[in-house]
Design a protein around this ligand. Structure first.
Ligand code: FAD
Length: 290
Protein backbone atom coordinates (compact mmCIF):
# COMPACT_ATOMS: atom_id res chain seq x y z
CA UNK A 1 0.00 0.00 0.00
CA UNK A 2 1.08 3.57 -0.56
CA UNK A 3 0.59 6.69 1.56
CA UNK A 4 -1.71 9.56 0.62
CA UNK A 5 0.04 12.51 -1.07
CA UNK A 6 1.95 14.84 1.25
CA UNK A 7 4.40 17.76 1.07
CA UNK A 8 7.89 17.00 2.32
CA UNK A 9 9.93 19.50 4.38
CA UNK A 10 13.53 19.00 5.50
CA UNK A 11 14.44 21.80 7.93
CA UNK A 12 18.11 22.55 8.55
CA UNK A 13 17.63 23.92 12.08
CA UNK A 14 15.42 23.26 15.09
CA UNK A 15 13.99 26.78 14.75
CA UNK A 16 13.00 26.06 11.16
CA UNK A 17 11.35 22.79 12.21
CA UNK A 18 9.39 24.60 14.95
CA UNK A 19 8.38 27.29 12.45
CA UNK A 20 6.97 24.60 10.14
CA UNK A 21 5.09 22.95 13.02
CA UNK A 22 3.67 26.34 14.05
CA UNK A 23 2.56 27.03 10.47
CA UNK A 24 0.97 23.65 9.71
CA UNK A 25 -0.20 22.54 13.20
CA UNK A 26 -2.23 19.32 13.14
CA UNK A 27 -1.76 19.05 9.35
CA UNK A 28 1.92 18.23 9.92
CA UNK A 29 3.70 15.18 11.28
CA UNK A 30 7.32 14.92 12.28
CA UNK A 31 9.25 12.04 10.75
CA UNK A 32 12.33 10.77 12.63
CA UNK A 33 13.24 7.11 12.02
CA UNK A 34 10.01 6.48 10.11
CA UNK A 35 9.76 2.96 11.56
CA UNK A 36 6.29 3.47 13.01
CA UNK A 37 5.01 6.45 11.01
CA UNK A 38 5.72 5.10 7.52
CA UNK A 39 3.82 1.81 8.07
CA UNK A 40 0.93 3.84 9.51
CA UNK A 41 0.97 6.14 6.48
CA UNK A 42 1.15 3.18 4.11
CA UNK A 43 -1.90 1.67 5.80
CA UNK A 44 -3.60 5.11 5.71
CA UNK A 45 -3.90 5.10 9.51
CA UNK A 46 -2.09 8.46 9.31
CA UNK A 47 -2.39 10.88 6.38
CA UNK A 48 -0.48 14.04 7.25
CA UNK A 49 -0.56 16.77 4.59
CA UNK A 50 3.00 17.81 5.57
CA UNK A 51 5.96 15.74 6.72
CA UNK A 52 8.67 17.54 8.69
CA UNK A 53 11.84 15.44 8.49
CA UNK A 54 14.26 15.90 11.42
CA UNK A 55 17.08 13.85 9.95
CA UNK A 56 19.37 16.80 9.12
CA UNK A 57 19.29 18.03 12.72
CA UNK A 58 22.38 16.21 13.94
CA UNK A 59 22.44 18.34 17.12
CA UNK A 60 19.36 16.35 18.20
CA UNK A 61 21.27 13.06 18.02
CA UNK A 62 23.82 13.81 20.75
CA UNK A 63 24.25 12.31 24.24
CA UNK A 64 25.80 14.36 27.02
CA UNK A 65 26.17 14.28 30.78
CA UNK A 66 24.57 17.25 32.55
CA UNK A 67 25.19 17.22 36.32
CA UNK A 68 23.31 14.20 37.70
CA UNK A 69 21.50 13.35 34.45
CA UNK A 70 22.27 11.84 31.05
CA UNK A 71 20.66 13.94 28.34
CA UNK A 72 19.81 12.14 25.11
CA UNK A 73 18.75 14.01 21.97
CA UNK A 74 15.40 12.98 20.52
CA UNK A 75 17.04 11.81 17.31
CA UNK A 76 19.41 9.35 19.03
CA UNK A 77 18.88 5.96 17.36
CA UNK A 78 18.12 2.76 19.28
CA UNK A 79 21.37 1.32 17.89
CA UNK A 80 23.39 4.30 19.16
CA UNK A 81 21.95 3.87 22.65
CA UNK A 82 22.65 0.14 22.57
CA UNK A 83 26.31 0.75 21.69
CA UNK A 84 27.06 4.06 23.46
CA UNK A 85 29.82 3.87 26.12
CA UNK A 86 28.32 7.03 27.68
CA UNK A 87 24.92 5.34 28.06
CA UNK A 88 26.59 2.15 29.34
CA UNK A 89 28.44 4.12 32.00
CA UNK A 90 25.73 6.52 33.14
CA UNK A 91 22.44 4.79 32.32
CA UNK A 92 23.07 1.12 31.51
CA UNK A 93 19.36 0.21 31.53
CA UNK A 94 18.89 2.37 28.43
CA UNK A 95 21.37 0.35 26.37
CA UNK A 96 20.20 -2.98 27.79
CA UNK A 97 16.62 -2.23 26.69
CA UNK A 98 17.50 -0.59 23.35
CA UNK A 99 19.46 -3.70 22.33
CA UNK A 100 16.22 -5.75 22.38
CA UNK A 101 14.10 -3.45 20.15
CA UNK A 102 12.79 -5.08 16.96
CA UNK A 103 15.43 -6.06 14.40
CA UNK A 104 18.78 -4.56 13.43
CA UNK A 105 17.32 -2.47 10.61
CA UNK A 106 14.73 -0.96 12.95
CA UNK A 107 17.36 -0.17 15.60
CA UNK A 108 19.52 1.56 12.95
CA UNK A 109 16.73 4.02 12.09
CA UNK A 110 14.30 4.22 15.03
CA UNK A 111 14.83 7.02 17.54
CA UNK A 112 14.13 7.54 21.23
CA UNK A 113 11.99 10.64 20.53
CA UNK A 114 9.97 8.79 17.90
CA UNK A 115 9.40 5.83 20.18
CA UNK A 116 8.22 7.98 23.10
CA UNK A 117 5.98 10.10 20.83
CA UNK A 118 4.50 6.92 19.34
CA UNK A 119 3.77 5.69 22.90
CA UNK A 120 3.26 1.98 22.34
CA UNK A 121 2.36 0.47 25.77
CA UNK A 122 4.94 -2.31 25.33
CA UNK A 123 7.77 -0.20 23.93
CA UNK A 124 11.18 -0.45 25.57
CA UNK A 125 11.73 3.32 25.73
CA UNK A 126 8.39 3.99 27.40
CA UNK A 127 9.17 1.40 30.09
CA UNK A 128 12.69 2.71 30.72
CA UNK A 129 11.45 6.32 30.84
CA UNK A 130 8.75 5.51 33.41
CA UNK A 131 10.97 3.23 35.49
CA UNK A 132 13.83 5.73 35.74
CA UNK A 133 11.70 8.87 36.02
CA UNK A 134 12.93 10.40 32.74
CA UNK A 135 12.11 14.01 31.82
CA UNK A 136 11.30 15.14 28.30
CA UNK A 137 12.11 18.60 27.00
CA UNK A 138 9.43 19.67 24.53
CA UNK A 139 9.68 22.70 22.27
CA UNK A 140 7.28 24.81 20.27
CA UNK A 141 8.02 28.07 18.47
CA UNK A 142 9.32 30.47 21.14
CA UNK A 143 8.81 28.16 24.15
CA UNK A 144 10.18 25.10 25.91
CA UNK A 145 8.73 22.98 28.70
CA UNK A 146 9.96 19.98 30.69
CA UNK A 147 7.54 17.12 31.33
CA UNK A 148 8.01 14.03 33.51
CA UNK A 149 7.66 10.76 31.60
CA UNK A 150 4.57 9.74 33.55
CA UNK A 151 2.89 13.04 32.64
CA UNK A 152 3.97 12.71 29.00
CA UNK A 153 2.72 9.16 28.38
CA UNK A 154 -1.01 9.58 28.92
CA UNK A 155 -2.42 6.35 27.49
CA UNK A 156 -1.80 3.85 24.69
CA UNK A 157 -0.53 5.84 21.65
CA UNK A 158 -1.48 9.09 23.42
CA UNK A 159 0.94 11.68 24.79
CA UNK A 160 0.90 15.23 26.15
CA UNK A 161 2.49 16.52 22.90
CA UNK A 162 0.61 19.38 21.24
CA UNK A 163 0.39 19.40 17.42
CA UNK A 164 2.95 22.22 17.14
CA UNK A 165 5.40 20.66 19.65
CA UNK A 166 8.36 18.35 19.26
CA UNK A 167 10.48 16.30 21.65
CA UNK A 168 13.93 17.87 21.80
CA UNK A 169 15.59 15.58 24.32
CA UNK A 170 15.06 13.07 27.11
CA UNK A 171 17.05 13.16 30.34
CA UNK A 172 17.60 10.21 32.66
CA UNK A 173 19.01 10.16 36.21
CA UNK A 174 22.59 8.89 36.16
CA UNK A 175 23.11 5.52 37.82
CA UNK A 176 24.62 5.89 41.28
CA UNK A 177 27.89 4.17 42.21
CA UNK A 178 27.30 0.43 42.49
CA UNK A 179 23.79 0.58 41.02
CA UNK A 180 23.02 -2.23 38.58
CA UNK A 181 20.10 -2.78 36.22
CA UNK A 182 18.39 -5.40 34.06
CA UNK A 183 15.71 -5.52 31.37
CA UNK A 184 13.77 -8.71 30.67
CA UNK A 185 10.96 -9.27 28.17
CA UNK A 186 8.90 -12.03 26.64
CA UNK A 187 7.57 -11.95 23.08
CA UNK A 188 6.16 -14.58 20.78
CA UNK A 189 8.61 -14.04 17.92
CA UNK A 190 12.04 -12.45 17.74
CA UNK A 191 11.62 -8.75 16.89
CA UNK A 192 8.02 -8.43 18.09
CA UNK A 193 6.94 -6.02 20.79
CA UNK A 194 6.97 -7.58 24.26
CA UNK A 195 3.85 -9.21 25.67
CA UNK A 196 5.26 -8.25 29.07
CA UNK A 197 8.57 -6.57 29.88
CA UNK A 198 10.26 -5.68 33.16
CA UNK A 199 12.94 -3.09 33.94
CA UNK A 200 14.78 -2.93 37.25
CA UNK A 201 17.59 -1.00 38.88
CA UNK A 202 19.06 -2.02 42.22
CA UNK A 203 21.56 -0.45 44.58
CA UNK A 204 22.63 -2.57 47.56
CA UNK A 205 24.14 -1.33 50.81
CA UNK A 206 26.07 -3.99 52.74
CA UNK A 207 24.03 -6.76 51.12
CA UNK A 208 20.72 -5.06 51.88
CA UNK A 209 18.38 -3.32 49.45
CA UNK A 210 19.08 0.41 49.28
CA UNK A 211 17.21 1.67 46.23
CA UNK A 212 15.08 -0.51 43.97
CA UNK A 213 13.20 0.76 40.92
CA UNK A 214 10.85 -1.66 39.22
CA UNK A 215 8.71 -1.09 36.12
CA UNK A 216 6.44 -3.37 34.07
CA UNK A 217 5.34 -2.81 30.48
CA UNK A 218 2.55 -4.52 28.56
CA UNK A 219 0.18 -4.80 31.53
CA UNK A 220 -1.78 -1.58 30.90
CA UNK A 221 -2.10 1.37 28.53
CA UNK A 222 1.21 2.79 29.83
CA UNK A 223 4.07 1.09 31.64
CA UNK A 224 3.58 0.87 35.39
CA UNK A 225 6.14 1.72 38.08
CA UNK A 226 5.75 -0.56 41.08
CA UNK A 227 6.74 2.00 43.71
CA UNK A 228 4.90 0.40 46.64
CA UNK A 229 6.53 -2.97 45.97
CA UNK A 230 9.94 -1.31 45.63
CA UNK A 231 9.59 0.80 48.79
CA UNK A 232 8.62 -2.23 50.88
CA UNK A 233 11.99 -3.81 50.00
CA UNK A 234 14.18 -1.12 51.55
CA UNK A 235 16.60 -2.65 54.07
CA UNK A 236 15.78 -6.25 53.18
CA UNK A 237 18.59 -8.77 52.74
CA UNK A 238 18.99 -9.30 48.99
CA UNK A 239 18.65 -13.05 48.51
CA UNK A 240 16.98 -15.68 46.35
CA UNK A 241 14.03 -15.78 48.77
CA UNK A 242 13.70 -12.01 48.57
CA UNK A 243 13.62 -12.20 44.75
CA UNK A 244 10.78 -14.74 44.82
CA UNK A 245 8.83 -12.62 47.29
CA UNK A 246 9.17 -9.43 45.22
CA UNK A 247 8.17 -11.30 42.06
CA UNK A 248 4.97 -12.51 43.74
CA UNK A 249 4.21 -9.01 45.01
CA UNK A 250 4.73 -7.62 41.50
CA UNK A 251 2.32 -10.19 40.09
CA UNK A 252 -0.31 -9.09 42.62
CA UNK A 253 0.31 -5.40 41.87
CA UNK A 254 -0.47 -5.51 38.15
CA UNK A 255 -4.00 -5.62 36.75
CA UNK A 256 -3.79 -6.42 33.04
CA UNK A 257 -6.99 -6.75 31.00
CA UNK A 258 -8.19 -10.03 29.54
CA UNK A 259 -7.61 -10.05 25.79
CA UNK A 260 -8.89 -12.71 23.37
CA UNK A 261 -5.50 -14.39 22.83
CA UNK A 262 -3.71 -13.21 25.98
CA UNK A 263 -5.60 -13.79 29.23
CA UNK A 264 -4.87 -11.44 32.12
CA UNK A 265 -3.58 -14.37 34.19
CA UNK A 266 -0.93 -15.09 31.57
CA UNK A 267 0.41 -11.54 31.80
CA UNK A 268 0.41 -11.74 35.62
CA UNK A 269 2.41 -14.96 35.48
CA UNK A 270 4.82 -13.42 32.98
CA UNK A 271 5.22 -10.45 35.33
CA UNK A 272 6.22 -12.74 38.19
CA UNK A 273 8.67 -14.71 36.04
CA UNK A 274 10.27 -11.66 34.44
CA UNK A 275 10.61 -9.74 37.72
CA UNK A 276 12.34 -12.78 39.19
CA UNK A 277 14.70 -12.98 36.20
CA UNK A 278 15.46 -9.25 36.19
CA UNK A 279 16.20 -9.19 39.92
CA UNK A 280 18.27 -12.35 39.73
CA UNK A 281 20.36 -10.64 37.03
CA UNK A 282 20.68 -7.55 39.23
CA UNK A 283 21.94 -9.70 42.12
CA UNK A 284 24.40 -11.41 39.81
CA UNK A 285 25.64 -8.02 38.60
CA UNK A 286 25.97 -6.92 42.24
CA UNK A 287 28.11 -9.98 42.98
CA UNK A 288 25.52 -11.63 45.28
CA UNK A 289 25.65 -15.44 44.94
CA UNK A 290 22.35 -16.85 43.59
P1 FAD B 1 8.72 7.72 13.47
O1 FAD B 1 8.17 6.45 12.91
O2 FAD B 1 9.44 8.61 12.54
O3 FAD B 1 7.58 8.54 14.20
C1 FAD B 1 6.69 7.91 15.11
C2 FAD B 1 5.78 8.98 15.72
O4 FAD B 1 6.55 9.85 16.53
C3 FAD B 1 5.10 9.89 14.69
O5 FAD B 1 3.84 10.26 15.19
C4 FAD B 1 6.02 11.10 14.62
O6 FAD B 1 5.34 12.26 14.18
C5 FAD B 1 6.43 11.21 16.08
N1 FAD B 1 7.77 11.80 16.30
C6 FAD B 1 8.97 11.30 15.89
N2 FAD B 1 9.97 12.04 16.40
C7 FAD B 1 9.39 13.03 17.13
C8 FAD B 1 9.91 14.11 17.90
N3 FAD B 1 11.22 14.34 18.06
N4 FAD B 1 9.02 14.94 18.50
C9 FAD B 1 7.69 14.73 18.40
N5 FAD B 1 7.15 13.71 17.69
C10 FAD B 1 7.99 12.88 17.05
N6 FAD B 1 9.54 -0.60 19.04
C11 FAD B 1 9.77 -1.05 20.28
O7 FAD B 1 9.82 -0.28 21.21
N7 FAD B 1 9.95 -2.40 20.50
C12 FAD B 1 9.89 -3.32 19.51
O8 FAD B 1 10.07 -4.51 19.76
C13 FAD B 1 9.62 -2.84 18.19
N8 FAD B 1 9.52 -3.71 17.16
C14 FAD B 1 9.25 -3.23 15.92
C15 FAD B 1 9.13 -4.15 14.88
C16 FAD B 1 8.83 -3.69 13.60
C17 FAD B 1 8.69 -4.70 12.48
C18 FAD B 1 8.69 -2.28 13.36
C19 FAD B 1 8.40 -1.77 11.96
C20 FAD B 1 8.83 -1.37 14.38
C21 FAD B 1 9.09 -1.83 15.68
N9 FAD B 1 9.20 -0.94 16.75
C22 FAD B 1 9.45 -1.44 18.00
C23 FAD B 1 9.02 0.50 16.57
C24 FAD B 1 10.36 1.24 16.49
O9 FAD B 1 10.98 1.25 17.76
C25 FAD B 1 10.19 2.68 16.04
O10 FAD B 1 11.47 3.11 15.73
C26 FAD B 1 9.60 3.65 17.04
O11 FAD B 1 8.35 3.26 17.53
C27 FAD B 1 9.35 5.02 16.40
O12 FAD B 1 10.55 5.69 16.26
P2 FAD B 1 10.89 6.41 14.92
O13 FAD B 1 12.07 7.27 15.18
O14 FAD B 1 10.99 5.41 13.84
O15 FAD B 1 9.63 7.40 14.73
Amino acid sequence: MKPAAFSYHRPSSVDEALELLARFGAEAKIIAGGQSLVPMMNMRLASPAHLVDLNDLSELAQLRVCADRLEVGALARHHTLAESPLAAEHCPLLGQAARTIGHGAIRERGTVGGSLAHADPAAQHALVAITLGARLTLARKGAHRVVEADAFLLSAMTTALQPDEMVLSVSYPRASAGEVSAYRMFNQRHGDYAIVAVAATLALQDGRVGTLRLGVGGVGPVPQRLDAVAQSCRGRVASVDWVAEVARAARDAVTPEDQPRVPALYRKELTETLVARALARCLERSGVPA
